[in-house]
Design a binder for this molecule. Structure first.
Ligand code: GTP
Ligand code: NA
Ligand code: MG
Length: 290
């Protein structure tokens, strides 16, 4: 099949950076500006993954730096859950140890990144200082003839945030991110929690489409999907490629970092779980779908 004939899917963007440089503040700003949260009175849950719908109708999926264990385990299995990284650097603090750590991760995963210099509203902000620090660490900024885009923003005032969204969409266009919404669905567990409504796994769909009633397997647990919810806690009928979604209906809690695979029916979901259990007892590592 010709991959260029597949539909485009929303880009998946991970926000990384040093502690307190403003990752969550930026995400909160984006979340509040999304059509979805406006439709629901701005009341959103704090899950680490959500999808922003721009007024143009385009969507961007954001991930807050996922638990490092989950992120690493996904990467070790060759999964680039994210299409690009936003490297957040506070303009008053510049490059710090976790900035470099994030840079290392993005480079190792060969994921393109955009630099967001944040907190530019602060009197201590020194944009040029940040740029030269980044250049010292080998980041080839567009200002100096490189190809890494830099956007100056404030998650507090909202300054530059539209530019950030535009830059993300531009990079996504260049990357030409497509996926098949048909066939058996695949995805990754980003988070797994127990809520009053039951066991909930936040799943990022990679290909295919999840719907209530579908059977899925993650690690050695299965679910018949009872319901799907978006980041506003609203039940939805389906979740396609690039969409993060809360999945309910697990027999046991799946683990963050596990791959999610749809099974055609309950029998095959059970067989997959049994097979994986046997592998575990034999001490084998579960790799891709058998
Ligand atoms: P961790 O998740 O703990 O690593 O932090 P974080 O990167 O998510 O930072 P967070 O969004 O929690 O912001 C840290 C502090 O910086 C908070 O007090 C924010 O209010 C403040 N802050 C974030 N962005 C801005 C900004 O653009 N301008 C100003 N003035 N303050 C900001
Ligand atoms: Na913080
Ligand atoms: Mg945070």
């Amino acid at each position: 099949e010709d991959p260029t004939s597949l539909p485009l899917r929303p880009p998946v963007v991970t926000i990384m950076g040093h502690v307190d440089h403003g990752k969550t503040t930026l995400l909160d700003y984006l979340r509040k500006s999304s059509i979805v949260s406006q439709e629901h009175g701005g009341i959103t849950q704090h899950i680490g993954a959500f999808s922003v719908q721009l007024s143009s109708g385009q969507q961007i999926t954001f991930l807050d730096t996922p638990g490092h264990a989950a992120f690493l385990s996904m990467r070790q299995r060759g999964a680039n859950v994210t299409d690009m990284v936003i490297l957040v650097v506070a303009a008053d603090d510049s490059v710090m140890p976790q900035t470099l750590e994030a840079l290392k991760h993005a480079r190792a995963a060969r994921v393109p990144f955009i630099v967001a210099i944040n907190k530019i509203d602060r009197p201590e902000a020194n944009i040029n200082h940040v740029k030269s620090d980044l250049a010292k660490h080998g980041v080839e900024l567009e200002d100096f003839g490189g190809d890494v885009q830099v956007v100056c923003v404030s998650g507090k005032t909202g300054q530059g945030m539209e530019d950030l969204e535009e830059n993300i969409l531009l990079l996504a266009e260049m990357l030409d991110i497509r996926a098949d919404p048909g066939g058996m669905a695949e995805g990754w567990v980003l988070e797994s929690t127990i809520k009053p409504i039951g066991r909930v796994a936040t799943v990022l769909v990679k290909r295919g489409t999840l719907r209530p009633g579908d059977y899925v397997v993650a690690g050695r647990v299965q679910a018949k999907i009872r319901s799907l919810r978006n980041e506003a806690g609203v039940e939805i009928d389906e979740a396609g490629p690039g969409m993060p979604v809360e999945v309910l209906g697990w027999k046991e809690p799946p683990e963050a970092g596990d791959m999610v695979l749809q099974a055609p029916d309950e029998g095959r979901a059970k067989a997959a779980v049994r097979y994986r259990q046997e592998l575990k007892e034999r001490g084998d590592v579960i790799g891709q779908m058998e």
